[in-house]
Ligand binder design. Structure first.
Ligand SMILES: [Fe+2]
Ligand SMILES: [Fe+2]
Length: 135
């Protein structure tokens, strides 16, 4: 089941990064499906852990590219990534102690944050990397 549909507007034209964004969106859709099917707490926690680990891997990939090419918005972009990590950790802790509504809150947070971040913050580096011949 699909909560977020991958679309051309999300593309940053860096193959590796686009594939990672597809995978992150996939994980949110997986969480959505698990919730719709009344998935067990353990399944939901597994997806959240996978999401956190993969988001960290993806952020590292972007931040490495920023470092390599001296992207001028690096500090601000890293701050955004760090805010996300903090929120997901606190939602995960909350989820361990609470119920279904926390899972819904988490799912909607992930949808809002990811789509907004890819469409706004990530899109900002596209012209910069195009200029560097990376895209
Ligand atoms: Fe990204
Ligand atoms: Fe990013």
């Amino acid at each position: 089941m699909t909560l977020i549909k991958w679309a051309a507007q999300y593309k940053v034209n860096i193959e590796e990064i686009d594939q990672q964004h597809v995978k992150l969106i996939d994980l949110v859709n997986k969480l959505y499906t698990a919730l719709k099917n009344g998935g067990a707490k353990a399944i939901l926690e597994g997806i959240l852990t996978e999401m956190m680990d993969y988001a960290e891997y993806h952020f590292d990939a972007e931040e490495t590219l920023f470092g390599l090419h001296l992207y001028p918005e690096t500090m601000h972009h890293i701050q955004e990534h760090n805010i996300f990590k903090k929120i997901v950790i606190s939602l995960k802790e909350k989820h361990e102690n609470e119920d279904y509504s926390t899972s819904m809150e988490t799912m909607f947070f992930l949808r809002e944050w990811l789509t907004k971040h890819i469409l706004e913050e990530d899109q900002k580096y596209v012209p910069f990397f195009e200029g560097k011949g990376v895209c």
